[in-house]
Design a protein around this ligand. Sequence first.
Ligand code: SAM
Length: 248
Amino acid sequence: MNDNFNLYGKYYDLLYCNKNYLAESSYIDTCIRSNLPNAHTILEFGSGTGGHGLILQNSGYDIYGLERSEQMVNEAKLRGYPCEQADITEFSIDRKFDVVVSLFHVISYVNSNSSLEKVFRNASGCLNSGGLFIFDVWYSPAVYYQKPETRIKRVENNEIEVVRIAEPEFRTSENIVNVNYTILVKEKETGNWIEFRENHPMRHFSIPEIGLLATTKGFTIITVEEFLTGNQPSEHTWGVNFILKKNE
Ligand SMILES: C[S@@+](CC[C@H](N)C(=O)[O-])C[C@H]1O[C@@H](n2cnc3c(N)ncnc32)[C@H](O)[C@@H]1O
């Protein structure tokens, strides 16, 4: 199974320690409650280390995660999140859910049309009639307008210091930006550094592109808005949230 979070996954929670999972999960809860008030069961695609899932579970949802990276699954299970290692383009599960969520750009990791079709078909297959598919993606107008640049992020805890360099490379004809990460990790006790690289190819989407996928797989788009704020998407909106309803 392709796993571009293999090494990175070990440092994921530290790299995103300032991400507001509580506010984001509350936003997702509102998206669900306002469109399907009696929803109780959630399947999470690309559940990572369970950041959103654990909070949604504590809010009363019966939630289960599918995640490709073994490292991320292990971290999530240690935190008590029910999940398994699976690729969202090909898996089988013998349950239906009220909602499928896929958060923090997971769908942007699905690069090809054929894989996207599989993911949307799988989401539909796992949902009860009238169920919701909620996901956020990179938004093409913002990518073209803002043009991602090289970025450096530094984080640390008592044991390690991590420096992450993200260098974007445009694959314009494919709507993909390759984010080439170089990760440097210093073990504070020994002063030793290790270095490794990972490539994260991210696809960005327009609204009509998602509309076409949704329609062909039996969904209707009911909401498109900036993730978290609910604002109307513009060239300043990096992450756009889609709420799709499975046709009855
Ligand atoms: C940016 S992380 C988000 C993780 C988590 N949803 C969160 O918000 O912290 C993207 C995740 O998607 C997972 N992923 C990407 N493609 C996948 C696939 N085809 N099947 C399952 N998981 C996938 C990656 O392994 C990674 O954990």
